[in-house]
Structure formats: structure tokens, C-alpha cells
Design a protein around this ligand. Structure first.
Ligand SMILES: Cc1cc2nc3c(=O)[nH]c(=O)nc-3n(C[C@H](O)[C@H](O)[C@H](O)COP(=O)(O)OP(=O)(O)OC[C@H]3O[C@@H](n4cnc5c(N)ncnc54)[C@H](O)[C@@H]3O)c2cc1C
Ligand SMILES: *[C@@H]1O[C@H](CO)[C@@H](O)[C@H](O)[C@H]1NC(C)=O
Ligand SMILES: *[C@@H]1O[C@H](CO)[C@@H](O)[C@H](O)[C@H]1NC(C)=O
Ligand SMILES: *[C@@H]1O[C@H](CO)[C@@H](O)[C@H](O)[C@H]1NC(C)=O
Length: 578
């Protein structure tokens, strides 16, 4: 099969550009205002561009008292109010629907380390990186964090963001929180807003840890820290045989282990990752390849290759891309660098502050317009769906077996589309007492796949992604990550959380008028299906029940799942009848 030139170009540029990049354009500000008001968009451009999210006024408090008066203003006027960070990295439109928007962009100046109590208290808008670095200066480490550092502490805990660990307090950032100060609405007697100061053990604390911005605006977050430590990481690229049995041992054996599973390649990459004494030599960094700066040209070329493959229904081309990317990641150890510069061999040992989370594409002078994060909407490069399903550990093996069956029936090549990204990333999150956190030790599965520029465009082997999605969320009742996913992932979400009712009670108590909730956030919280318009299933707004929910014009019809028979998916058929 001839390989279009595109792929060679993309790969050559990718392989030769590499990691020596320094400058790049920082992500654009998600809040843009003019005389007519403001619009809020997501950093990926998944919403904002296509479906603008308008607000009348944006406030930029710099202190708690300014935050208090912004909330009081909204509360007095009974206006809807939403908060957002300067990153706005969350995919569901939780931050939409406010008349007033409170941005924490400028509320980031205080980061106070308390060495006596091994804790740090940060303003909600503080970036994760700044908090981690400040703690490290005091000889302390934050044990958990999402792998992406471009988040605010308030935003990250609000959606349940996590890394990977079943040990200690676990892999979710919110489970390292020991205090939250939150500004909530109040009656006139209290000046229409007040501060609630919550500590571990307080009855509202479990509601406030993961609150989707629905209870009030978080003002300050206190994290528990540990004495600074180092980690030692080795990636073992091996077969995916027995992965459904291995994952449990792996999670128990390595404090920060995870597994990247590339189903199309029958490959699994086991991350051996444990803490080691500070005296262990090594000053490595984890500069994850996916979060490094990219030349716009490279990202656009990759996108063009993906688009061309989609257009010509060329599965093989996608598999070539996937195989090249996996080979490249193996070569450079996913971006691990032994001495801040290059990967020279395993294990890579480095300080926790440099090993847990990364995002080098964030830091760059505005002047360099040639490089950016690969998904920056201004360069019109990568655009993908991100599904994240969270399984109680006991159900996970059966899900993996089902996915393997689906791979056998649909053909391994149908999984290449996700393997171009990170395949299935498996991470571990410990049981949490947060009402909207995980009630059991869990396995988190992330997978990304192609999203067309135009809504309603079918994708190659989209039926496979829909079946995996429905299998996860409906057959195995996996819980959706609150900060990712398409709307279908949230259907009936309330029933999946034993303490959902308690969360709603807390919300009623703290925000009786519902000023922090909007139509948009209610759709997520209550798992309402989006409209059942033409093509809705292709965008993850609905599960198809009629062909028009797919794209009959392009040969995509609503059909049954191959392994999960109850699934309804948009499948390509080259005959005119479905
Ligand atoms: C490249 C990339 C990689 C990622 N990797 C991971 C990962 O490894 N693990 C993971 O779990 N997640 C990951 N995520 C998801 C990310 O962690 C979450 O979306 C996180 O919530 C983003 O934080 P933010 O500061 O941008 O929040 P925003 O998007 O600004 O806000 C998130 C939510 O919190 C609310 N909110 C924001 N600030 C406040 C406040 N002060 N008070 C009350 N509510 C507030 C908002 O209203 C909204 O509902 C990743 C995202 C990206 C873009
Ligand atoms: C606060 O944010 C501003 C602008 O985003 C940044 O320049 C500054 O370094 C941040 N302050 C801290 C303490 O992180
Ligand atoms: C990698 O995994 C294989 C089993 O898949 C095992 O035999 C091998 O020892 C592992 N390599 C390392 C470095 O641990
Ligand atoms: C339709 O697809 C089948 C199976 O993939 C193939 O055998 C057949 O030749 C195709 N028909 C047309 C008209 O393309």
C-alpha cells in the first residue's frame, strides 16, 4: 500500500524537531471582553468557538475581600455567577451560563508554606507549578497531581483531577486537600456573601473537595505535603498479554505506576515508578512529549495526515502514524530526560517536583508564533475527543476482556485512531470520601481520538469508540471524569455516586437560590442528554436510535454493538441499506 508523502513529512519534521525547542506562544486568555460583554472559551477550543459562552461582566479579584464583594454583587442581584481559572482546561461546559464570571486569573499571589504542619495554602487561582515549586523550596513535596501542570489549584480540585496512586492519600489531588476557604452566597444580614472555612472532618468538607464550581467560589486551598522525595521511573514496553490480570499487581507494587495500553499494537507500557531516597543520584525531569512545544507546522502536518486518512478511509495510514509515534515515544522515553536535557537510559531518577507533572508548552514568550501547545486552537492543529471512564478496580478486568474481544471482531487496526494519541492510559485513584470522588479504589482509563473540524462529521471506526464508551459508562457503570468526556458519558451519572444526594443537599444549603448553577452545568450534573438532532451521536450528544443520528449520507448508520450488544453505534456500511 503506497504511503502518501504526508506521513513521511510529518514524521521527519517530528523526529528532527524534537525537544530542543525553547520558545512558544503561551495559550490564549480564555476570557475575551469588548464593549458588548465577554466570551469564555475552553483552551482546546472545544467550546467557545463553536458554541460561544457569553457573559455580561467578568470580575478579576486579586484578594479574598474583592472576591467576597464580587460574589455579594451577584448574590444581591440574584444573578447567575460562574468561576473559571486563567487556564480553562475543562471540557464539559461547567463554567458556562453565568451572567457574571469570576476569573481567578489574578487571584494567585499568595502561596504560603507552613513547614511546621507540612502544608501549603494557596490562592485558588495559583498555578499548580507555582505551588509545587514553592513547596519544594521549603523541602516539601506534593505527592499527587494531574500529569498536566497547566491548571489552577481551585479548578483542578473542583473536577477531581488526579495522577496515579493507590498509596498514602492516593492519586487524586483533592485527597491531599486538608482545608478549603470558599466564598458562598448569603442573606442580606451577612452582606450577601460569606466565607466558609472548611477543614478535614467538617461535614461540608466532603462536598467541597470536588464541587464543580457549584457551591461557591473557592478562595484558598490548603494541601498536605510530605518531606521532599525523589522518584525512579522506568518504562517497560511489553506485550499486552495478561494486562487484565497484571494491572492490579502493578498498581499495588509501584507507588506511582500507570500503564499505557496500545490495543492496535498489542502493546502495553508499564511504568515502574517508585519513590527513592533523596540521596539517590539523578536530576531527571519528566517533560512529557505530548505537553512539549510543537512547531505549528508539525502539529498542522500531523493534523493534515489524520484528516487525509479520515477522508480516504485509510486505516492503514492511521496505523502507520500510530506505529511511528509509539516508536518515537519509546526512543525518547515519552519525554523523560536524565539530566534535564536528554534521555540516556533507565531508570530516570529525579525530584518529585520535576517528575509528577509537566507542561513545557505553557512557558514561552508571546513573541514566538511558530510553536505552541499542539492543541492550541489558533494554529488549527490537533482536535480530539477525550473520554475518561473510572472503574471500580473489581470490574476492570472484565472491561479489558471486552475491549480485547471488540478488537478481535472489529480488527486491531480499528484501534489505531486512539494509538496515535496515547492509546488507553490506565491510572489508579484511591477511594475518597469526597462525595463526587471515587467511592472505591479505582482504575481510570483515558483515550483520545480524532475530532473533525465540522460538527457532525463521522470518523473512521467511530463505531468502535462509541461502543467502548457505552460499554464503559453503561455496561460497567464507570464514572465519567468531571473535567473531560462527551455528554453521553454523564447520562445517569447521579446514580453512580452513593453520596450524590448528600452533594445536592450541601448545594441546597450553601446556594439556596442556585446562583452558582446554570443550564449548562445542570446538564452535566444531572446527566441530561443533549438534543437528538441529526448527527447527534457523532458528537457524543446522544446515543443513536435512528440513522439520522449518525450520517446516512456518508454511509454511517445506527447499528448494534459487536460485543456489548445493547450498544447503539454509528457504523460505516458501503451498501445503501443499513
Ligand atoms: C492537556 C491536558 C491534560 C490533562 N491531564 C489531566 C490529568 O492527567 N489528570 C486529570 O485528572 N485531569 C487532567 N486534565 C483535566 C484538568 O485537570 C481539569 O480539566 C482541571 O479541572 C483543569 O483546571 P483549570 O484550572 O483549567 O480549571 P477550569 O477549567 O478553569 O475550571 C474547572 C471547573 O472548576 C470550576 N472552578 C474553577 N476555579 C474555581 C474556583 N476558584 N472555585 C470554584 N470553582 C472553580 C469551574 O467553574 C469549572 O467548573 C488535563 C487537561 C488538559 C488540558
Ligand atoms: C500570577 O499570575 C501572573 C499572570 O498570569 C503571573 O505572571 C505570576 O507569576 C503569577 N504569580 C504567582 C505567584 O504565581
Ligand atoms: C519488562 O516486562 C517483561 C514482561 O513483560 C519482563 O520479562 C521484563 O523483565 C521487564 N523488564 C524490566 C526492565 O523490568
Ligand atoms: C463493500 O465492502 C465489502 C466488505 O468490506 C467489500 O467486499 C465490497 O467490495 C465493498 N463494496 C463496494 C461497492 O465497495
Amino acid at each position: 500500500m503506497p504511503i502518501p508523502n504526508f506521513y513521511f513529512q510529518a514524521l521527519i519534521i517530528l523526529l528532527t524537531s524534537g525537544s530542543a525547542l525553547t520558545g512558544a506562544m503561551p495559550p490564549q486568555n480564555p476570557v475575551q471582553c469588548n464593549q458588548a460583554g465577554c466570551t469564555l472559551s475552553n483552551s482546546y477550543g472545544v467550546w467557545g468557538d463553536r458554541q460561544p459562552c457569553h457573559v455580561t461582566t467578568a470580575f478579576y479579584p486579586t484578594t479574598e475581600s474583592e472576591l467576597l464583594s464580587a460574589v455579594a454583587d451577584a448574590s444581591r442581584r440574584k444573578l447567575k455567577v460562574k468561576s473559571v481559572s486563567k487556564f480553562s482546561h475543562t471540557i464539559p461546559k461547567l463554567a458556562c451560563g453565568g451572567t457574571i464570571l469570576i476569573s481567578t486569573e489574578r487571584y494567585n499571589s499568595s502561596i504560603a508554606v507552613d513547614p511546621a504542619n507540612s502544608a501549603v495554602t494557596a490562592d485558588a487561582g495559583a498555578g499548580l507549578r507555582a505551588v509545587i515549586d514553592r513547596a519544594a523550596e521549603a523541602g516539601l513535596s506534593l505527592a499527587a497531581a494531574p500529569y498536566w501542570e497547566g491548571v489552577s489549584v481551585g479548578g483542578a480540585i473542583s473536577t477531581g483531577a488526579h495522577g496515579s496512586s493507590w498509596r498514602g492519600r492516593g492519586g487524586a489531588l483533592h485527597d491531599h486537600v486538608v482545608g478549603i476557604r470558599m466564598v458562598v452566597a448569603a442573606g442580606e444580614a451577612e452582606g450577601f456573601a460569606r466565607v466558609v472555612d472548611l477543614k478535614e472532618g467538617d461535614s461540608l468538607f466532603s462536598a467541597a473537595k470536588v464541587s464543580l464550581g457549584l457551591l461557591g467560589v473557592i478562595s484558598k486551598v490548603t494541601f498536605s505535603l510530605e518531606p521532599a522525595f525523589k522518584r525512579s521511573i522506568t518504562f517497560n514496553f511489553s506485550s499486552d498479554d495478561g494486562i487484565e490480570e497484571e494491572f492490579m499487581d502493578h498498581a499495588n507494587k509501584y507507588e506511582f505506576g500507570d500503564i499505557q495500553w496500545y490495543p492496535s499494537r498489542h502493546e502495553a507500557v508499564y511504568r515502574y515508578d517508585d519513590r527513592v531516597p533523596m540521596s539517590t543520584p539523578g536530576d531527571g525531569v519528566n517533560d512529557f512529549i505530548g505537553f512539549q512545544s510543537n512547531f505549528a507546522l508539525v502539529a498542522k502536518t500531523v493534523r493534515a495526515s489524520e484528516k487525509a486518512a479520515e477522508k480516504s478511509r485509510d486505516t492503514n495510514a492511521k496505523c502507520i502514524l500510530a506505529s511511528s509515534f509509539v516508536a518515537y515515544k519509546k526512543l525518547i522515553a515519552n519525554g523523560l530526560k536524565n539530566n534535564n536535557l536528554l534521555f540516556t537510559g533507565y531508570p530516570v531518577v529525579g525530584h518529585q517536583r520535576r517528575m509528577q507533572t509537566s507542561g513545557s508548552c505553557l512557558y514561552s514568550p508571546e513573541s514566538d508564533k511558530t510553536t505552541s501547545c499542539a492543541w492550541d486552537p489558533r494554529i488549527k492543529a490537533l482536535s480530539f475527543f477525550e473520554s475518561t471512564a473510572i472503574f471500580p478496580a473489581a470490574h476492570f478486568a472484565a472491561f479489558v476482556r471486552d475491549v480485547k474481544k471488540l478488537r478481535d471482531l472489529a480488527g486491531p487496526a480499528s484501534f489505531c485512531g486512539a494509538d496515535i494519541y496515547n492509546g488507553f492510559l490506565l491510572r489508579f485513584v484511591k477511594k475518597s470520601d469526597a462525595y463526587l470522588g471515587q467511592p472505591k479504589d479505582s482504575v481510570v482509563v483515558d483515550f483520545n481520538y480524532y475530532r473533525a473540524d465540522e460538527a457532525g462529521t463521522p470518523r473512521l471506526h467511530g463505531d468502535v469508540w462509541e461502543e467502548v464508551e457505552q460499554m464503559a459508562f453503561f455496561k460497567y457503570m464507570a464514572r465519567p471524569h468531571w473535567g473531560k468526556n462527551r455528554k453521553v458519558g454523564f447520562l445517569r451519572v447521579g446514580r453512580k455516586y452513593p453520596n450524590f444526594g448528600r452533594f445536592l443537599e450541601a448545594r441546597k444549603g450553601l446556594d439556596p437560590l442556585g446562583i452558582f448553577s446554570s443550564e449548562w452545568s445542570d446538564e452535566i450534573l444531572f446527566g441530561r442528554e443533549g438534543g437528538r438532532g441529526d448527527g447527534c451521536a457523532l458528537e457524543g450528544l446522544c446515543v443513536c436510535s435512528e440513522d439520522r443520528h449518525c450520517s446516512p449520507r456518508d454511509g454511517y448508520f445506527c447499528q448494534w454493538g459487536l460485543v456489548y450488544k445493547e450498544a447503539r453505534v454509528c457504523r460505516y456500511s458501503n451498501t445503501s441499506t443499513s
